[in-house]
Design a protein around this ligand. Sequence first.
Ligand code: F0G
Length: 355
Amino acid sequence: SKRYTGLIEHYRARLPVSDTTRLISLGEGNTPLIRLENIPRLVGKDVEIFVKYEGLNPTGSFKDRGMTMAVTKAVEEGSRAIICASTGNTSAAAAAYAVRAGITAFVLIPDGKIAMGKLAQAMMYGAVIIQIRGNFDEGMRLVKEVADHAPVTIVNSINPFRIEGQKTAAFEIVDELGDAPDYHCLPVGNAGNITAYWKGYSEYAADGIAKKRPVMVGYQAAGSAPFVLGHMVDNPETVATAIRIGHPQSWDKAWTVQKESAGWFDKFSDADILAAQKMLSEHEGVFCEPASATSLAGALADLKSGKIPEGSRIVCTLTGNGLKDPDTAIGQCTAKPVTVDAQLDAVKAAILAGL
Ligand code: F0G
């Protein structure tokens, strides 16, 4: 048996590396595709829903797929530093892969608007963290300006190697299911990931490994929904801070995906997003971060309306781990822990009360 050593090694022939490229990897990819057992029955639909649990990547999000590739290429090109703007997950991944490579990571994050787990990661991995009094979109603009004047490589998804790495998630799904699903649902912020999945599905279809390509459906938070509104949003807001983005970088690419796949965009309230996150945890034992649950919120809404027909096979990408944002998770749980004396009678009473 051969040890799994990350997605570049696994999909080497389909990625821009050579035999001499030094691979910067933490064993990312190869994430579980979990079939939902209880939720389809709960919503009364005869449908197959799989979740691609990207929260099990080394830094807890799909960003690791893009980052292994982007940092590998940055190092190959002689870069000594990388930079990104981030709502949190990209900064965590950039920081980790930079350490692995022995280079410096500069990360720009919106002050006070990233989940605690993500901040903890960037700090632990030793990134240079620059909190800006502004949002992600402003951070992105600054990163582009800085990179024009300094020897740093941008590792946001405008870096084409990010897309190359992230397309491997589509490969894994087809390798496992034997074909593409009918529908692929995912949360959309900058729209790098929807672009990457479409590239992966398209390459496999072109080579005959997949017989078809899925309909791509992108879901946004209502307060940060430029693709649904059809224009940029200046002051995006949502509890799903990962997708609190009003000026998506891959605007044109995402519209191409929508047209080529005959897909659509839709938006959901924070309440709907949190309800979907809770539902996944409570009924399937899968804990994702709020932004990730937008994909399931959307799939269930489109099943209800009939836009996605019964009998379909759906894959929802769960982009990040629920542990990334413990504050939001605890905040929405109504059943709080009970505290009792460390005595048998007290524990017995608590168990009886909970039966
Ligand atoms: N889900 C999560 C958990 C994310 O962190 C992101 C993006 C998305 C979905 C949206 O993906 O931008 O490719 O459409 N997070 C970026 C970051 C912006 O900085 O971590 P997208």
